[in-house]
Design a protein. Sequence first.
Length: 309
Amino acid sequence: MKRPDLKSLDFAALWRGLTQPDPSGSDRIVPPTGFTAQLTLFSAAAMAFLAVFALALALATGRLADRWSDELAQSVTIRVSAPADQIDDQVATVMEVLKSTPGITDARPLPADEVEKLLEPWFGPDVPVEALPVPRLIELSGLTREFDANALSLRLEGEASGAVLDDHTRWRQPLVSAASRLRTLGLFSLLLIAAASGAMITLAAKAALAANGQVIKVLRLIGARDITIATAFVRRFTRRAAMGAAAGTLVGILAILALPGVDDAGGFLTGLGFQGWGWILPLLIPVVAAGIGFVATRWAALKMLREVR
């Protein structure tokens, strides 16, 4: 093994650069430029940008699942099917039953124009509702905890045989389940982003250590401990990870703000973005990135220094 040229190195400058930050805030034994610096900054910025969108997706789908669950749970429909000469009597009977049913704030038969709007996606505009054998619909809203769908269904079977209660369970469960799975996918994406960031920073730190092998040997000769050498790399790469993540987070937030709102998107239900306290969460991404950089660089540096003696 070739012995390092000790005469060409300034021991005092090396030791000061290792143990004390210089006025510019850089650690002298770690190269301030080169592909490792660019790799760390770029990977941290890119992963932070993706993390903003993954976080926004997780929060938006969570809101979506809660909204769908609440809205559909608070709305129940009764479908009344009977011959034309009996349907008005059936509707009147159902309304009398609903008046004595606890937990119902409002109940009203849907007028023909609203039924026409419901049928429009399938039959087109100007549907002749009066000429079609369309069941009468009664909408129940503002339901409270006292409402018992099973008890009401049994009463309708006994007093109005043509009335069927629909609490939208068939529609609600798949929608809520899909939104919940999207939220889980968003959280899982955050974990993958964090793991990928740690891997990239680890590779960059190992490359920097390998490039400074001669300097590390000299520092060991003058008595520097491995933990002291590793600290210099940890400071630099933690700072780079935080700076890159801050830039990526800023660009991600600006991109989220540039997205059209729910109304502008033509009723796009997810409303991808942050609301209320949720705006605090993306600001934590640079802090998390710095923590990942610290742990990854410290582990990589100490492991590599133990292997290279």
